[in-house]
Design a protein around this ligand. Structure first.
Ligand code: NAD
Length: 474
């Protein structure tokens, strides 16, 4: 099902990297070799950008409704191949099939939502200070969009960018994660099968500092839309910024979930465990900081540890990721933290770390400030809501935050005062639905929202038009 060698898709053709390089991709579940993936470089990016530039004008000339109609076919083709796509995702990421099926459904939903946006494609009309003048907006494509994504939920990550980029009349060059190449390969194949013209969606595989960097720096790429870590995002922003390209960054989080003394304890524990450990904690919205009121801390801790220990561990994406997380845990322990559960590599093949809860970590400690992107959460206690909100905000990140409380007053105060892009009350820290804008503040992003109507603003330029129908009147 997954080819032994995953080629690029450039101008509608499957091609190996021009330099002939291949990168090994291993299965997280058992560490065995899954496939080899094209190790592309600047030459491949050049070819993909040229194909995109050639294809884009004819695509932009179609109505946005027609573009949406074809993108709906792509979403439906993915739905048709739901089982196959999910099996690919499960194999390349090591996540349970059930989770992968949910992600495929989410990617399909994004496609269907975006297709419908072709029949809305919102603009504005407004007033003017002079008489007889009509003012309105028009959306225009940006041109060629360079789309760079993370491995963690590979199909939604691709869908969140490719569907709106294409709907808005752009052509795209997608650089998937080298850790999740196969689902992106399938997406490209489906685009070809439904009749997306060659060159409109190119897929260039390879290592970030080679294929990714070449895409970011390419003068023919008008917009760079990136989902990944803050560290890489900083590099992408600098390089794309140097040539004043439009840049949208969706970055990491160090999301806090706060449990107040009036919370439904059972629900709060269940949501904490799911938020911290689902997808092995490899979610930008993962709750990696659990914060509980002193007065209920013992009861919460006891249940939390019991549930965390009972979890079936999922692997992290690679040996390198596992080693990085273990090093960060060792560092925290050396600085005085204690491991309440987990903290060790499991004695089984693959890249498994037991779900881990760390205590005794101060807000300034590296473990509180650095996104681990693994099954690790810190547990800390606070005296009340003021201290909890201060702790939530004492972070370089600002993606999501959750509070569990029965008090409307506390919930609203929390929503008002925490510095994040998404607030959740009495549920887990989670991502977005297709019709809801998603994005963070501080080091979690550059302020753009992806998904929702807001995605249209990322992938189109808004032109203001002043109309005076009869000049003799003015
Ligand atoms: P990463 O930053 O290592 O890589 C992301 C992508 O960037 C990959 O495709 C990679 O090949 C590429 N890349 C690496 N170096 C590059 C360079 N110099 N130039 C251009 N591209 C380069 O991140 P990751 O480990 O794949 O993903 C995890 C991160 O993604 C976490 O921080 C997570 O929070 C974040 N994330 C954010 C969101 C969101 O919507 N905010 C969603 C999913 C994941």
């Amino acid at each position: 099902m997954i080819p032994a060698e995953i080629p690029n898709l450039i101008g509608g053709e499957a091609r190996p990297a021009a330099g002939g390089a291949w990168l090994d991709k291993h299965r997280p579940a058992d560490g065995t070799l899954l496939c080899r993936v094209a190790g592309s470089g600047p030459e491949d990016v050049d070819a993909a950008v040229a194909a995109a530039r050639a294809a884009q004008p004819a695509w932009a000339a179609q109505t946005v409704v027609a573009r949406g109609d074809l993108l709906r076919e792509l979403a439906l083709a993915l739905r048709e191949r739901r089982e196959e796509a999910s099996a690919i995702v499960a194999e390349e990421t090591g996540k349970p099939l059930e989770l992968a099926l949910g992600e495929t459904d989410a990617a399909v939903e994004m496609g269907l939502f975006v297709a419908g946006e072709g029949r809305r494609f919102y603009g504005r009309t407004t007033s003017a200070s002079t008489p007889h003048r009509t003012v309105l907006t028009m959306r225009h494509p940006v041109g060629v969009a360079g789309l760079i994504v993370s491995f963690n939920t590979p199909l939604p990550n691709v869908a969140w960018k490719a569907f709106p980029a294409l709907l808005c009349g752009n052509a795209a060059v997608l650089k998937p994660s080298e850790e999740a190449p196969a689902s992106a390969w399938l997406f490209g194949e489906l685009a070809r099968e439904v009749g997306l013209a060659p060159g409109l969606l190119n897929v260039v595989h390879g290592a970030g500092p080679e294929a990714g960097a070449a895409l970011v720096e390419h003068e023919g790429v008008d917009l760079v839309s990136f989902t990944g870590s803050a560290a890489t995002g900083r590099i992408v922003n600098e390089r794309a910024g140097a040539r004043l390209a439009k840049v949208c960054l969706e970055l990491g989080g160090k999301n806090a979930l706060v449990v107040c003394d009036d919370a439904d304890l059972e629900s709060a524990v269940r949501r904490s465990v799911a938020s911290a450990f689902s997808n092995a904690g490899q979610r930008c919205a993962a709750a990696s900081r659990l914060v509980v009121f002193d007065s209920i801390a013992d009861a919460f801790r006891e249940r939390l540890l019991a549930e965390a220990r009972a979890l079936e561990p999922q692997p992290v994406i690679s040996e390198a990721a596992l080693q990085r997380i273990l090093r960060q845990l060792d560092g925290a322990v050396a600085r005085g933290a204690s491991i309440a559960c987990g903290g060790v590599r499991l004695d089984r093949p693959g890249f498994h770390l037991a779900p881990t809860i760390v205590e005794g970590v101060g807000p300034e400690d590296d473990l509180s400030c650095t996104e681990l992107f693994g099954p690790v959460a810190t547990l800390s206690t606070v005296r009340g809501l003021d201290e909890a909100i201060a702790l939530v905000n004492d972070s370089p990140y600002g993606l999501t935050a959750a509070v569990h409380t029965a008090s409307l007053h506390r919930a609203l105060r929390f929503a008002e005062e925490v510095e994040v892009g998404v607030v959740v009350v009495n549920a887990g820290t989670h991502g977005s639905e297709p019709h809801m804008g998603f994005g963070g503040v501080k080091q979690s992003g550059t302020g753009w929202k992806e998904a929702g109507v807001e995605a249209l603003d990322v992938y189109s330029d808004v032109r203001w038009v002043n109309l005076v129908a009869d000049p003799s009147l003015t």
